[in-house]
Design a protein around this ligand. Structure first.
Ligand code: NAI
Ligand code: MG
Length: 393
């Protein structure tokens, strides 16, 4: 097989800490690739006024596979203050580079597996007649990644033309006495092709990996037009996959049920905001941010990343204490995307062994408060966790 090129984007903070750990594991498992490093994140915002420089987009355009750590984002005014003096007041506006990548390459499928590792002290536990049990959760969330409230079509103090267009809707009467400057509007925009694509991919995945159900998690009883369109398309696409059941839940009820019977769900498909919520909620049942991994997949490009951010307070700790598993699992998703199923499985099996052995646990797995002291309290360092995984490959 031709050697592949992976665009490496460690980013900021602990992105820089966990990224090399994933590369170590990829090398240890015998995955052959060229790694090219690309600029992304806060440093480039401050120096260039752009956290996602064009040269990074060019590399992704060329090689089409990205592995990403995490970035730091700050609110508008704080971001402006940290620009170098030459760039201040020149109209630079901070945009999140991960959202930028998703939009630039139309990475419209976000896949977030939430799977229990046996013996993880962070596993969800529930009461049963026989005492506490740890249900085995195996949920894969398909989140539409580019539309909905994240499309960015929003205003505070909407222009008159927008306001008058909205006033053609009878429900706007409720706001008729509100001044425009007191109105904030964020548009929830769905397109039928994007709904179809995320739903069809969810069903294809369920079929490929033998899940019995795909759950559409929306709110069509209230948000009738957008969630309604998802529902309509889900019903149509479900007919192509007769072996898989289509279940429907409302996002609010889903949040309640996931504490009751999370083991009953398989593939879940949802729009951007609800998908973000439901995937974080499920991730919390299987180890949280130290484990949560995700793929952003478009038709021509894909970027893999842990869900966590740059946790800047841990960036400079030596040894580092953060859990590299989320980053390593993100690299597994990349391997699966590249058809390297065997190697991905070997890595996941190695992680499973380390977790079930329970000898090497990072601070989060010990439920400690993060800080330099956790090593003394028995936590493994980031490097020790990776070493243990590599030892089991
Ligand atoms: P965060 O995910 O960076 O950290 C929150 C807390 O989670 C940390 O303080 C730590 O206790 C824990 N944590 C995160 N990753 C961990 C790991 N690998 N192992 C063990 N514990 C871990 O979120 P926060 O603090 O809200 O944001 C920090 C910065 O990251 C902000 O600038 C934010 O904008 C950015 N961010 C970036 C994301 C991305 O790159 N995709 C996603 C979320 C936040
Ligand atoms: Mg999130």
């Amino acid at each position: 097989m031709d050697e592949r090129t992976i665009v490496c984007m460690p980013g900021d903070g602990i992105g820089k800490t966990v990224f090399p750990e994933a590369i170590r594991v990829l090398e240890a498992v015998g995955f052959k690739a060229n790694y090219v490093y690309a600029d992304i994140g806060w440093e480039f915002w401050c120096k260039e006024g752009n956290a996602l420089p064009q040269r990074t987009l060019d590399l992704l355009e060329k090689y089409r596979i990205g592995l990403f750590g995490a970035i730091t984002s700050k609110p508008k005014t704080e971001a402006e203050k940290e620009l170098i003096p030459e760039l201040k007041g020149k109209g630079y506006v901070y945009y999140s580079p991960i959202v930028g990548m998703r939009q630039h390459f139309n990475l419209d499928l976000c896949i977030r597996p939430c799977q229990t590792f046996n013996g993880n002290p962070l596993n969800f536990i529930k009461k049963s007649d026989a005492g506490p049990i740890e249900p085995n959760i195996d949920v894969v969330i398909f989140r539409q990644n580019t539309e909905c409230l994240y499309a960015g079509v929003e205003w505070t103090n909407p222009p008159a033309i927008v306001r008058s267009a909205l006033e053609t809707h009878s429900k706007m009467k409720a706001f008729k006495n509100i001044l425009s400057e007191d109105l904030a509007i964020s548009c929830r925009i769905f397109s039928r092709p994007a709904c179809q694509r995320i739903i069809r991919e969810a069903f294809k995945y369920a079929s490929k990996y033998s899940y019995k159900s795909v759950t559409l998690c929306e709110k069509p009883n209230v948000v009738r037009e957008t969630s309604g369109m998802m529902r309509e398309e889900a019903k149509k696409i479900a007919k192509e996959f007769t072996e898989i059941q289509l279940w429907e839940t409302n996002i609010d009820a889903q949040m309640m049920w996931l504490n009751k019977n999370p083991e009953d769900y398989g593939v879940i498909v949802s729009s951007n905001l609800f998908g973000d919520i439901v995937s974080d909620a499920f991730a919390g049942l299987v180890g949280g941010l130290g484990f949560a991994n995700s793929a952003n997949i478009g038709e021509t490009c894909a970027v893999f990343e842990p869900t966590h951010g740059s946790a800047p307070k841990y960036e400079t700790l030596t040894p580092s204490i953060v859990n590299p598993i989320a980053m390593i699992l993100s690299a597994c998703l990349m391997l699966e995307y590249l058809g390297e199923l065997e190697r991905a499985k070997r890595i996941k099996d190695a992680i499973a062994k380390v977790v079930v052995d329970s000898k090497v646990l990072t601070y989060d797995m010990l439920r400690l408060t993060g800080g330099p002291d956790v090593i003394r309290q028995g936590a493994a360092s980031t490097e020790q966790m990776t070493d243990a995984i590599i030892a089991h490959l």
